[in-house]
Design a protein. Structure first.
Ligand code: HEC
Ligand code: HEC
Length: 332
């Protein structure tokens, strides 16, 4: 009796949950992206994946100073979080690419990341796995399973990640999500400590998307620019080879933005990183050379003050408040 009266309701509910085919394909693509992202079969050593260096449980970073790829090969850079891609105007610490799909292809063949011989090889590996072949067929709507399909899937996954809302964002919407101490820290961040000059408030990631020097790692490259430029020229013939060189050659990596612009003023310049989730992304800076958030703040206060010609002196209490504010940018 009960069952018969409930039946129409159940039918109605299931009818409502039927989404249109295009939405279903988009969701299927994003699910495929999630699988590819953590699939070690797409690496040359069979045990490394994107998630090895971009761990979803660590705000898509790896907790290492510099990343270690297939066959234990160390790279030259610290893995950035991938939770803020939609706020980025260019990709990688030196902004050498501005196309997301091109960016997503590079790790597959970088010798210090997934180390595959070619992207065609990766596409073939995916095609040879029956479940991928079947599931891609369902979502591609007649398109072929090629490199674009792979990056479409990964991009769909990364663009649809649930980024959550941190307390700073909640506070911006009104309300009292920040404690008194954190509010004082925010005032310092925007005022006396001058952080907001580059870590732009109002944008969720707190970055101006520009490139600045921090005096980090730079001493390693200075004085050797000419020979380094020759190495870059050799690699520049192919963009992926330039990326590979940067991840293999510490000295070239330290040239930062210069590699792309060739302007002397850009030597050692790096993109202002996102500060969202910053308490969860240690160690810090492009080379992971700063182990804790406290030290990163100390360093920023010191160098940014020197660089702008206006040294910043905060009291111990103020430093604590600034740090408290930075902690409010992470999801608990
Ligand atoms: C060995 C570790 C490692 C692996 C494996 C790896 N990455 Fe990364 N990833 C990094 C590092 C390090 C950087 C920064 C490189 C640079 O700035 O030159 C980076 C940068 C990126 C960026 C640019 C982020 C930004 O803010 O500009 C994206 C996107 C990305 N990786 C996606 C992926 C995807 C997708 C995969 C798998 C196909 C992958 N990565 C595999 C370490 C890794
Ligand atoms: C002139 C621009 C500029 C100013 C001002 C500035 N920053 Fe930065 N910040 C950067 C850049 C660029 C980096 C990356 C440097 C690198 O890796 O070489 C960075 C890195 C950081 C990092 C490390 C983040 C990570 O994921 O590695 C923290 C934390 C940070 N800044 C906090 C602050 C604070 C706090 C202030 C104010 C005291 C401040 N910054 C002022 C540009 C700036």
């Amino acid at each position: 009796m009960r069952i018969t009266t409930l039946l129409p309701v159940a039918l109605l509910l299931s009818a409502c949950s039927i989404t249109n085919p295009a939405d279903e394909r988009a969701q299927g693509l994003s699910r495929l992206g999630e699988q590819l992202f953590s699939d070690p079969r797409l690496s040359a050593d069979g045990i490394t994946s994107c998630a090895s260096c971009h761990d979803p449980l660590r705000a898509f970073t790896d907790g290492r100073k510099i990343s270690v790829g297939a066959f234990g090969r160390p790279s030259t850079r610290n893995a950035p979080s991938l939770l803020d891609l939609e706020d980025m105007e260019s990709f990688f610490w030196d902004g050498r690419l501005d196309d997301l799909h091109e960016t997503l292809l590079q790790p597959f063949t970088a010798p210090n990341e997934l180390a595959n011989p070619s992207i065609d090889h990766v596409v073939q590996v995916v095609k040879d796995i029956p479940s991928y072949r079947r599931d891609f067929q369902k979502v591609l709507n007649g398109r072929s399973l090629d490199e674009r399909a792979l990056t479409d899937a990964i991009a769909a996954y990364l663009e649809n990640l649930d980024r959550g809302t941190n307390r700073y964002e909640l506070a911006q919407e009104g309300g009292s999500a920040l404690s008194a101490e954190e509010k004082r820290g925010l005032a310092l961040f925007e005022g006396k400590a001058q952080c907001a000059a580059c870590h732009t408030p109002g944008t969720t990631a707190l970055t101006d998307n520009q490139f600045h020097h921090a005096g980090i790692g730079f001493e390693r490259a200075s004085g050797r620019i000419k020979s380094l430029v020759e190495r870059i020229d050799d690699a520049q013939r192919s963009r992926s080879q330039l990326g590979n060189l940067i991840l293999e050659d510490e000295e070239v990596a330290e040239l930062g933005r210069f590699v792309t612009t060739r302007k002397a003023a850009d030597i050692g310049g790096f993109r202002t990183p996102a500060l969202r989730n910053v308490a969860n992304t240690a160690p810090y800076m492009h080379d992971g050379s700063v182990p804790t958030l406290e030290e990163a703040v100390d360093r920023e206060l010191y160098y940014r003050g020197i660089a702008s010609g206006r040294p910043i002196a905060l009291t111990v209490d103020e430093q604590r408040q600034l740090l408290a504010f930075l902690h409010s940018l992470s999801l608990e």
